[in-house]
Design a protein around this ligand. Structure first.
Ligand code: CA
Length: 709
């Protein structure tokens, strides 16, 4: 198999992987209070005039999460004069997904391992830092890198969820811990990567873990005290234990078998939005756990509320309505993707809508008062369904979409046609902008599936996903892997323009009143496009890949544009040969730009020649290598990459030296390198499996050496 094929192979598999009033009546750059480390002022207390425009107060900028800024000092006419004003080195070398908040001169941003930094937003100078000191062993529970997507602010505190499941309130002035609560069952592999949201003094946080067998929920905590106010489960537990509420009883009727023993899934790991007028909180619910419904709910069923948008009352967590984008989800098609609220004129009347482009490839416009489907069209090639039935709101599935009659190459794959990368909606163009990707995946049932508590439990044959042997399937995959930035008209449900990227996995989007759209990409550029027609006007080389969503803010009459950069996340870790040619490294930073600025990033270090693999001569039997590959695909691949090829984050195991091979079991089973993020796998894999993985890596190293001949 040559290297070109490997490039595409990698991509055949995918990752496991009411401030809303500010608009045209709130224009321009306005003065704000002097830069200080003072307490953030949020909607609970009156804001100084103009600060709603000049700040970035909550994850999606407003409760409606439009990620549109009315600032227009930087615009399509002058963006070519945009230059780097300051940068801040974020400690760590893992993925960066954070949206910074900016409140009256102070920026609050998160790094990998749930660290938090308060910076002077005008200079980048560090004011304080907080490190929750997450035990590195918890990294074993993170499907898609130890990332964090940002903080929330309320009154005099800053809130962060940690990768090991705590919600922490920090004093905004100095970063000291005000309170810290555990949000999870500590015996289960839950994680938190999403940003909290805060409504009327309630801090809402969900969690991740649906690749590992957990039951999803979202919880609310009193912002002052940390006392839990409510919890809404997204999937039912064991009916014999009784139901938490009527919604769970309704949901249980859509499940079969003994799903509670395998978790059920439905984690709320990213999106939320709030309509203050309707007083409704919208949450995006993740995939089923295991992915494969034949295993999770063997008698079928829609499996509510997996892959749904659910509307709740924010004071109580009471269920109001739901819309399920993927009934009976069996492809890791989460509906945790960004939810944007807007008022759109459709069919001659103004509709209050919620919009989402979930992983399953369809762009949904829902009536956010009722949950009724207004329209849905595919924004990317889709093979699992031929469309969404407008009358029933349900997908029309294609033959063998559920791979019950054998393996099926399906697009989108588990990484989705669009993932968590934030979208943006510009009310002036009426367009939604987001990162689209085309990554097929060979779905096949894991015939030998056994539920293992706390471990990777997708019910999918990951070995087949790593190396599809059928040349026809491979050929189909080649040419299907792509990524682009799209401008989507949600009223007409059609693409208006696109910018083709080098590959999938590109960054979140910011839209501004300056007729601009900002987005970072995987090849290490931060780029401005015109919002109306997608002209690429300006680009800055960032020395590292970008996935996070940018923000903009103003201080002392000057507009700034800022983005957190840093190669990592699922694309880099799992992508393997698909991303290895980029030779991308993590350089975690905040980069902040303004007109006329001309700061420079430090020069890149000279590349260090990589020594050839120092690989033992002895080879194991083909059976042992195959067994090693099988275990690698289930346990190691999500971090060490498809085909054991590193995308630049975890070490490339094919380059292991003799010392690594000599200490193999101490590292793999005993966790002797756990301080670096490599957790111990004793109790997860057997000593015999550890040796089989070693045999597989030796085999891959020899293959690498042969390919260099
Ligand atoms: Ca998932």
């Amino acid at each position: 198999m040559n290297l070109d094929i490997r490039w595409f192979l990698a991509l055949v598999t995918a990752s496991a992987i009411a401030l809303s009033a500010c608009g045209k009546d709130d224009p321009g750059v306005e003065q704000t209070a002097p830069s200080s480390a003072g307490p953030p002022q949020t909607e609970q207390r009156p804001l100084p005039p103009g600060s709603v425009t000049s700040n970035w107060l909550t994850h999606g900028r407003t409760y409606g999460e439009q990620r549109f800024s009315p600032l227009e000092q930087v615009n399509a006419g002058n963006v070519r004069k945009l230059g780097l004003d300051w940068f801040f080195d974020i400690p760590g070398d893992r993925g960066i997904e954070a949206t910074p908040l900016v409140i009256d001169g102070v920026m609050y941003v998160t790094g990998s391992w749930s660290t938090v930094f308060a910076l002077d937003a005008k200079t980048g100078e560090r004011i304080w830092a907080y490190d929750p000191e997450v035990p590195r062993i918890w990294g074993r529970n993170a499907c898609c890198d130890v990332v964090n997507r940002g903080v929330a602010a309320w009154d005099d505190k800053i809130y962060v969820g940690t990768i090991d499941g705590y919600l922490v309130a920090l004093n905004a002035v100095d970063g000291s811990v005000a309170w810290r609560v555990n949000t999870i069952d500590r015996d289960k592999p839950y994680t938190i990567t999403g940003a909290p949201r805060i409504i009327k003094g309630n801090v809402m946080i969900g969690n991740g873990g649906a690749e590992y067998g957990v039951r999803g929920y979202v919880s609310a905590y009193d912002a002052k005290t940390g006392k839990q106010t409510w919890r809404f489960y997204t999937v039912p537990g064991n009916p014999a234990d009784g139901f938490e509420n009527e919604a769970m009883e309704m949901a249980a009727a859509t499940w079969t078998g003994e799903w509670w023993k395998v978790g059920g899934g439905g984690t709320v790991w990213d999106s939320m939005a709030y309509d203050a007028q309707l007083d409704l909180l919208y949450i995006g619910v993740g995939n089923g756990s295991p992915w494969n419904r034949q295993i999770r709910s063997p008698g079928g069923g829609d499996n509510l509320f997996v892959s749904s948008i659910v509307a709740l009352k924010p004071d109580t967590g009471d269920y109001v309505w739901h819309y399920q984008t993927t009934p009976g989800e069996t492809w890791d098609y989460t509906a945790t993707q960004h939810i944007i609220l807007a008022d759109l004129e459709i069919g001659g009347r103004v509709r209050k809508v919620a919009m989402q482009a979930p992983k399953n490839g369809f762009f949904y416009v829902l009536d956010r008062e009722t949950g009724e489907l207004i329209s849905a069209e595919n924004y990317v090639p889709v093979s699992w369904a031929s469309g969404i039935d407008a009358a029933t709101g349900r997908p029309m599935e294609t033959v063998n979409a559920r791979y019950t009659d054998g393996p099926n190459l399906i697009v989108p794959g588990p990484d989705g046609g669009h993932n968590w990368h934030p979208m943006a909606f510009n009310p002036e163009t009426g367009l939604v902008y987001f990162a689209v990707q085309e990554i097929p995946f060979l779905f096949a049932t894991d015939e030998g599936f056994m539920y293992r508590p706390g471990q990777w439990n997708t019910g999918i044959d990951m070995l087949m996903a790593d190396l599809p042997e059928d040349p026809l399937e491979l050929a189909k995959a080649i040419g299907m892997v792509r990524g682009h930035l799209v401008a989507w008209d949600p009223v007409l449900q059609k693409e208006v323009w696109r910018y083709q990227h080098a590959g999938p996995g590109n960054g979140g989007v910011l839209a501004t009143a300056g007729n601009l759209v900002f987005q970072g990409n995987i090849i290490g550029e931060f780029v401005a496009y015109t919002a109306d027609d997608g002209d690429r006007l300006w680009a800055f080389p960032t020395q590292t890949g970008i996935t996070a969503g940018p923000v903009t803010y103003a201080i002392d009459g000057e507009q700034y544009v800022s983005v957190a950069v840093g190669w990592g996340t699922a694309t880099a870790m799992l992508g393997g040969p698909g991303v290895a040619p980029l030779q991308m490294k993590n350089r975690s930073r905040v980069l902040t730009f303004k007109l006329g600025a001309s700061a420079q990033l430090p020069d890149l270090p000279d590349p260090v020649p990589v020594p050839l693999p120092d690989v033992p001569e002895q080879r194991a039997s083909d059976n042992t290598v195959l067994e090693g590959h099988r275990v690698f695909a289930q346990r190691c691949m999500v971090c060490h990459g498809l085909g054991a090829v590193s995308g630049g984050i975890a070490p490339d195991l094919r380059y292991s030296d003799k010392q690594v091979y000599a200490e193999w079991d101490a590292i793999v089973l005993g966790g002797s390198l756990s301080s670096t993020g490599m957790p111990p796998f004793a109790g997860v894999i057997t000593p015999q499996q550890s040796q089989a993985i070693k045999a597989y890596i030796i085999d891959r190293a020899h293959a690498l050496l042969s390919s260099m001949d």
